[in-house]
Design a protein around this ligand. Sequence first.
Ligand SMILES: [Zn+2]
Length: 404
Amino acid sequence: MPKDADPKLWAQAQKIHKKAIIIDGHNDIPSPMVDEDFDLGTNSVGKFHKDGDPFHTDLARFKQSGITGEFFSIYVSGSTLKTGGAMRRAMDLIDATMREVEKHPNQLTACTTAAEIRRAKKQNKVCALMGIEGGYVIENSLYALRNFYRLGIRYMTLTHNVTHDWADAHRDEPKNNGLSDFGKEVVREMNRLGMLVDISHVSEKTMSDVLDASAAPIIASHSSARGVANHTRNVPDNILKRVAQNGGVVMINFYPAFLDEKYNSDDNDRSARLKPQIDALREQYKNDGQAFNEAERKLLAANPINVPSYTRIVDHIDHIKRVAGIDSVGIGSDYDGVPLLPQGMNGMEDLSLVTYEMLRRGYSEQDIRKVLGENFMRAFAQAENVAKINSRKISGEGSLKKIK
Ligand SMILES: [Zn+2]
């Protein structure tokens, strides 16, 4: 409980939080499962990834978080566009995630439908859902896309930070003027399957093209509002309005650099200022990544900047509520994918702070439940319906695309 919290309101928030279906749109813990043999049963509090970032996720923390459905991110780096191996990497991550479910059957269960998520809530288990991050993972094959659906993938983020053959990314040169024709075909095939299209990381034009092409609600699995923090990773107001018409959900990312412009620029300034020292440390510890991370962390701690409070998350929720309506906003933490969380949050265990802050600002229980998970549940169920209708219509037609 925050120091200045009202104990009665806090207790009320905890009650609402416990009852709610809570869906988190994005968690990057599968990468350390593969690269560092991380097991969700381990106590990860106070522990750090290989790259020096703190862990946010483990089974005990899941329990405290109240999360019902977690999207484990099958994240594949854009560097695979040069090196190859994107699909192989995705296979490794999917297997590592499913093995965690097999290892911890009393706490975790694999889910692929909205109905299964509601069932898991009754069983007091956490649903392991999966989303692909980086559309190049399908290696330009709709055959592969369909197989990923069969393996349980229920959303695909069309790009990561780099533009590829059929979709432009937020932080790269455009090559397709948004989505190429094949990109549009990918979106339609995802609609037909019931796999949600994710516009996090894509360029603004790609977002717009996706909204034109998609027959089903879309999501931004881990993006905040550009109207509050002007960052290309965030969703601009004109797109927010269209997401509302589309029935989709923008799920707020907790990363301070996406929540707060001031933090972002302070952080960039600090990196520029400390570059000579960081370079020297990198040279000094060039054979010991762990020691370098430790030293870099110490250096940054000795040069602190203001980190925004968790209440900033609710500023973004407020903004989306104002621009697009309460039905268009959700939660997409980016746990274990970001180097830090807002002030007051150590990991997923602190998620109920968001519920408390919404209650403190006068949100009704119904609206809080929408943000925490019901909006996503509605969009997901609607995407399932679109798939049911279209599977009859389109199946067998010429949407089977050969690898370009
Ligand atoms: Zn991401």
